[in-house]
Design a protein around this ligand. Structure first.
Ligand SMILES: Cc1cc2nc3c(=O)[nH]c(=O)nc-3n(C[C@H](O)[C@H](O)[C@H](O)COP(=O)(O)OP(=O)(O)OC[C@H]3O[C@@H](n4cnc5c(N)ncnc54)[C@H](O)[C@@H]3O)c2cc1C
Length: 391
């Protein structure tokens, strides 16, 4: 069992106060929003039920370029230029046009936090009424409230999602000690009828797991089976539900980011870089409110539209997620082999990266406004048609 560092007993003093921004959730999405507000002069409070970096929420694999763009390279553990795909009928090696890295969760969260100048408290968030956030240590308030609490979308008025009936996948992994060289995935019904298994080495540990697109399929037995097949002990479990449908970025005056807005990509279940990507935009919209360049309503509208503009990409990936597992195994294998051609891999992985491109982290700081829809402005900058965005 991981050691719990969260404040207990007498340390859990009552919490109160008024802030400019309350960010609920101190993982990838919430910490990114806080980082974007650094130096804005805003009084920002970040809340999480655990200390920063205490509870790993993922296998922590990300395109390396995103780590660099965010200044988080020091947390990297291992870098991969190839993806190894196993099926019951054979193994393919894809040479990737960009590299993928695993990182240490705690180190990455601490590095993100060092880029912020916010206050932090451990508290369990229970809900919200108007500008008040209710926690197990009391109420705090702010005109700008962010839900970065993960798939539960706790601050939503409808009470959030209930598995297994919601559009959620489920993932579970074990973390045996020891190294391994390859970034590997398994598309094999022995492990999961719809989904995939993985081994993500991270220098001195391996993250071996199974993700199922069908929330009713229990992944524990087959996670153990995969670990057993790899002759690794099934120890140090970590798992969660994973949203696979994009949701609205705003609701009833609250901002949602990361898994709480369903921003994890369907099919691949990659949700870290998208949490960074949308967190950057949300942080910049809030910053513009703090600076008096736009009102809260404009920030809600701009951020909501920015999220919505990505809906079709998420929809296509969800279609692929639903279709691919239905193909017979030998057809899957033939497709995987055919898709291994370098030109196709470069094209497909290039497009995939551009759904949430690392350049977004180094774009000039965004501000809301009426001049140009931000998604369009982004696209122009990323295509190289514009140097920077209109301010
Ligand atoms: C097994 C597994 C492996 C994965 N591997 C990868 C991967 O390799 N790469 C990738 O890109 N994605 C991966 N994902 C998906 C990725 O983990 C998520 O998309 C990502 O964590 C979303 O970030 P987030 O900040 O929105 O939410 P989270 O990381 O889930 O963070 C939510 C935060 O809110 C806090 N919180 C929750 N409820 C409360 C409450 N009531 N009060 C106070 N605090 C609360 C939590 O403690 C946590 O800190 C994986 C998911 C799983 C389940």
């Amino acid at each position: 069992m991981p050691r719990r560092e969260t404040k207990r007993g007498k340390e859990r003093t009552p919490l109160s106060g008024r802030y400019d921004v309350v960010v609920c959730g101190a993982s990838f999405a919430g910490l990114t929003v806080a980082r974007q507000l650094a130096g804005s002069g805003a009084r920002v409070l970040v809340l999480d039920r655990y200390e920063i970096g205490e509870r790993q929420t993922s296998a922590c694999g990300i395109p390396t370029e995103w780590l660099r763009a965010m200044g988080l390279e020091a947390s990297a553990r291992q870098e991969f230029g190839e993806l190894v795909v196993h099926t019951p009928h054979g193994t393919s090696r894809y040479k990737l046009p960009w590299t993928f890295s695993t990182f240490d969760y705690r180190e990455l969260c601490i590095l993100l936090w060092e880029q912020a100048d916010a206050e932090f408290e451990t508290a369990k968030v229970n809900g919200r009424t108007g500008e008040k956030v209710h926690t197990d240590r009391g109420d705090v308030s702010a005109p700008l409230i962010v839900d970065a609490l993960g798939w539960r979308r706790i601050l939503a008025s409808d009470g959030g999602y209930q598995p297994p009936d919601a559009p959620l996948s489920r993932g579970l992994e074990v973390h045996p000690h020891g190294g391994s060289d390859d970034l590997e995935i398994w598309i094999d019904r022995r492990y999961v009828p719809a989904g995939y298994g993985w081994r993500f080495p991270a220098r001195d540990e391996q993250r071996i797991g199974v993700g199922s697109f069908d929330p009713r399929f229990h992944v524990k037995d087959t996670t153990n089976l995969l670990a057993d097949d790899l002759e690794q002990p099934p120890e140090r479990y970590q798992g969660n539900w994973i949203p696979h449908k994009l949701r609205s970025g705003t609701e009833d005056g609250t901002f949602f980011v990361g898994d709480s807005a369903g921003q994890c990509l369907p099919l691949t279940a990659e949700g870290i870089r998208t949490a960074f990507y949308f967190g950057i935009r949300l942080g910049d919209e809030l910053r513009a409110v703090i600076a008096g360049r736009q009102g809260r309503e404009a920030a809600l509208r701009n951020y909501g539209e920015f999220v919505d503009a990505h809906e079709w990409k998420f929809r296509w990936m969800l279609r692929a997620q639903r279709l691919l597992p239905k193909l017979p195994a030998h057809v899957q294998r033939a497709m995987i082999r055919a898709c291994g051609r370098k030109r196709f891999v470069d094209w497909a992985f290039g497009h995939y990266l551009r759904i949430a491109p690392p350049e977004a982290a180094s774009l000039p700081r965004q501000v809301g406004g009426e001049r140009e829809p931000l998604a369009t402005a982004d696209a122009r900058v990323l295509r190289g048609e514009a140097e920077e965005l209109p301010v």
